[in-house]
Design a protein around this ligand. Structure first.
Ligand code: CMP
Length: 462
């Protein structure tokens, strides 16, 4: 028989099935001890069925790998040893159909309580670490949800057990004369819920010493569990949209700062517009910070995936080799410019090459009025100053919100050195752009004139 991994999908559902059977036992057995009903017909066969299922589970457990100090142990001998010294005895006892043994007089009725062995395995099945491993969850995956789920499960089971305990010491009367079984149970569960949640209406109160002590114990457990439950719900609600909450928090701080510094209202509006754009387009995430924390190999894969859209938009990258694409993409840094912002001005020293992911920029001559043209999505600019080692030959101004990615000069120059074909493309393009601009100085044109690299007008050389 093969060794099951914890995440084996058959084993997962098998564990779930066993969990349901164990839960049934944990509810049924205390009830049966209080109000014994005949274990005949369906109940007889169902008890046998549970025993068979628990037995099969016992066999499976000898063939299920486990983790020791974060190392997966798959050696059958180690698995068997680990199981024999942990849950084996309890699992073996739960295989015995104890209710039937009591029903048919094999075990005396006075030993009825040993039937609890039948369901103690739920402790193992609700082990959070094991549960996460089985369902392939990571350490912080929905931790609060899982904790809350188990807590609600345990409080429900515990409420049932304490209700059964109350029936034993209260005699099940709970202020009702001649109650039937259902009424006795409902009254007891009502007492148990009101005591566990520390609401305690006081309509069912302890009279004897035993009842008083029992009530106090349940209250102590209940106060702790109830507090834990409320805290978990609060955590879930607080975390439900943590990114938004953090972003709103940041905006509130900025707002307070702007008011404190008495920034002009249109400046305040611009700042808030910018954050609005950042939220709508990036949901407040700092892509670069997330990438920086990843190991290099993973960072490369994630960057390529995240920027696949940009690669598709930029003609010069579309036909480039994978190696070149990854060299560029891994070094790209996102940056946003607002309408009217100068990305740089003519005569500035060039530090970066820019790719346009979203938006449009205008290329302006020195006078700031003459437009050489417009560049939009998929185009790039800023290569002339880097390659020629000259000041910027034109100013670039954002025409609306612009999502750009920039590549620093050193990286760009090393790419130019190592990829001659790419360098040749760029060289050709520079010549085209320079020629275009020169012709411009002779004929003043409308500012919306198109230039060789406009979208959908891929130069033949690229
Ligand atoms: P650089 O000189 O570094 O800075 C200004 C940039 O504008 C320049 O590099 C080019 O990338 C870009 N540019 C200048 N003229 C044109 C043009 N005619 N068409 C497209 N881009 C241009």
């Amino acid at each position: 028989m093969k060794i099951f991994s914890l995440e084996n999908s058959f084993k997962r559902y098998w564990d779930l099935f066993i969990f349901i059977l164990a839960t049934y036992c944990s509810i049924d057995i205390p009830f049966w001890i209080l109000f014994p009903y005949p274990q005949t017909g369906f109940f007889f066969f169902f008890e046998i069925f549970i025993s068979i299922a628990f037995f099969v589970d016992l066999i499976f457990n000898f063939r299920t790998s486990y983790f020791k100090n974060e190392i997966l142990i798959t050696d059958p001998l180690s698995i068997a040893k680990n199981y024999l010294f942990s849950w084996f005895l309890l699992d073996l006892l739960s295989v015995i159909p104890l209710e039937l043994f009591i029903e048919y007089g094999i075990i005396p009725k006075s030993l009825m309580f040993i039937c609890i062995f039948r369901f103690l395995r739920i402790i193992k099945l609700t082990d959070g670490v094991l549960f996460k491993r089985t369902w392939g969850m990571h350490e912080f995956d929905s931790t609060s949800f899982m904790r809350l789920g188990f807590l609600v499960y345990w409080i429900t089971i515990f409420a049932h057990w304490t209700a059964c305990g109350w029936i034993v010491i209260d005699g099940g009367v709970g202020g009702v004369s001649n109650p039937d079984t259902v009424t006795r149970y409902i009254r007891a569960i009502y007492w148990s819920v009101t005591t566990l949640t520390t609401i305690g209406y006081g309509d069912i109160t302890p009279v004897s010493n035993a009842q008083t002590i029992y009530t106090m114990c349940i209250m102590l457990v209940g106060a702790g569990a109830y507090g834990y439950l409320v805290a978990n719900i609060a955590t879930i609600l607080a975390n439900s949209d943590i990114v938004r909450t953090q972003f709103v928090d940041k905006i509130q701080k900025i707002n307070t700062f702007m008011k404190y510094k008495k920034l002009p209202s249109d400046m305040q509006k611009n700042i808030l517009d910018y954050y609005d754009y950042i939220w709508k387009n990036r949901k407040g995430y700092d892509e670069n910070q997330i990438l920086r924390e990843l190991p290099p190999s993973l960072r490369m894969k994630v960057s390529i995936y995240l920027n696949s859209d940009l690669v598709r938009k930029v003609p010069i990258l579309k036909n480039a080799s994978d190696d070149l694409i990854s060299k560029i993409i891994v070094n790209l840094v996102p940056v946003v410019y607002m309408k009217g912002d100068f990305i740089f001005r003519k005569g500035d020293t060039g530090h970066n090459l820019y790719f346009i992911s979203k938006g449009q920029v205008e290329i302006l001559a020195e006078d700031g009025i003459t437009s050489y043209g417009i560049l939009n999505e998929g185009n790039f600019f800023g290569e002339i100053a880097l390659i020629m080692d000259t000041p910027r030959t034109a100013s670039i101004r954002a025409m609306d919100y612009c999502d750009l990615y920039y590549l620093d000069k050193d990286t760009f120059m090393s790419i130019i050195l190592h990829y001659p074909e790419f360098a040749a493309h760029i060289d050709k393009l520079i010549k085209e752009r320079e020629t275009h601009n020169k012709s411009f100085s002779f004929k003043k044109t409308d500012s919306k004139t198109e230039v060789p690299l406009r979208k959908n007008r891929k130069p033949k050389s690229l």
